[in-house]
Design a protein around this ligand. Structure first.
Ligand code: CP
Ligand code: NVA
Length: 318
């Protein structure tokens, strides 16, 4: 059971770093309960507004199903259809939605907008991806690794191969918090954000996790227990496509790279994948792909996150 007082919001992996082991334990429990057909309606009578400025398959549907499974109601709000899309301020939107809803899930282009929504909202705000972080993804990623490593992070190493982006940022922070080693291979000029890297190194100093950074995918993959990749061109970066495709040559997770990893290593991808770019069909569809379990685990992770952040749900789940 998650113990300490929860943060007001989940904007960064840093917000839940101390509670990650308990949250993962809870997510695993909720996964088992769903398989047994047990449901506890801890969100009964609660409404969760979900503002999306960008497309989504996994995050949107896993949150909707999670809220539904927990007995609540999710309201999908495309920013195009809100007055937000016509210039109503984030502050005013936050104040109004706080009068109707019990939590807000927000997929934003800019992290600063995420912070602004949370500043004015009087209900929990959950980051559903922005340009800096994707914390809910990391909870599902860690759940997936934990399952395959029978609960043990310490002594395992995940190799990141690709962009120093939002997904890597949250992974670095989350892995560092739970004592999981990470080697991140990114092309020059696509390294992770220095401030996030500093924060992750601080968490790693406390947990004993080793974080390493390189521009050589083979060096990262060598002996790794898991390989993780993501798209070369994230949502909102479409104008950089040609430059990125050139810079990321050699950063593909394929059979050759997987051959350098540990014999029982598996492959992670947050999805959607650009098959033939950052990952081959053979690897993504192969027996060592954990991507489909990882996608499923979004659902169980979202439930644990909602339970933790929505005060009444937290109380009922005790
Ligand atoms: N991994 C992930 O966040 O996927 P969606 O963009 O489909 O939500
Ligand atoms: N880095 C990707 C993740 C998609 C889930 C993006 O931001 O588009």
């Amino acid at each position: 059971m998650v113990s300490s007082e929860p943060p007001d919001d989940l904007l960064s992996m840093r917000d839940i770093a101390p509670e990650l082991p308990a949250l993962l334990e809870r997510a695993a429990r909720l996964k088992a309960e769903r398989q047994w057909g047990t449901r506890r309606p801890v969100l009964r009578g609660k409404n969760v507004g979900m503002i999306f400025e960008k497309p989504s398959t996994r995050t949107r549907v896993s949150f909707e199903v999670a809220v539904n499974d927990l007995g609540g109601h999710a309201i999908y709000l495309s920013s195009r259809d809100l007055q937000l899309g016509r210039g109503e301020t984030i502050a005013d939107t936050a104040r109004v939605l706080s009068r109707y809803c019990d939590a807000l899930v927000y997929r934003a282009f800019r992290h600063t907008d995420e912070v602004e929504l949370a500043r004015w909202a009087t209900i929990p705000v959950i980051n559903a991806l922005d340009d800096l972080e994707h914390p809910c993804q990391t909870v599902a990623d860690l759940l997936t690794m934990r399952e395959r490593w029978r609960g043990r992070f310490v002594g395992h190493r995940v190799a990141w191969v690709g962009d120093g982006n939002n997904v890597l940022h949250s992974l670095l922070l989350g892995a560092a918090a739970v004592g999981l080693d990470v080697t991140a291979a990114t092309p020059a000029k696509y390294e992770p954000n220095p401030e996030i890297t500093r924060a992750a190194l601080e968490l790693a100093a406390a947990s004993g996790a080793k974080l390493a950074f390189t521009s050589d995918p083979k060096e990262a993959a060598h002996g790794a227990d898991a390989l993780y990749t993501d798209v070369w061109v994230s949502m909102g970066e479409e104008a950089e496509q040609a430059a990125r495709e050139a810079a990321f040559q050699g950063f593909q997770v394929n059979s050759e790279l997987l051959g350098l990893a540990a014999q029982d290593a598996f492959v992670l991808h947050d999805l959607p994948a650009h098959r033939g770019q950052e990952i081959t069909d053979e690897v993504l569809d192969g027996s060592r792909s954990a991507a489909w379990d990882q996608a499923e685990n979004r659902l169980h992770a979202q439930k644990a996150i909602l339970e933790y952040l929505v005060p009444t749900a937290r109380h009922l789940a005790r």
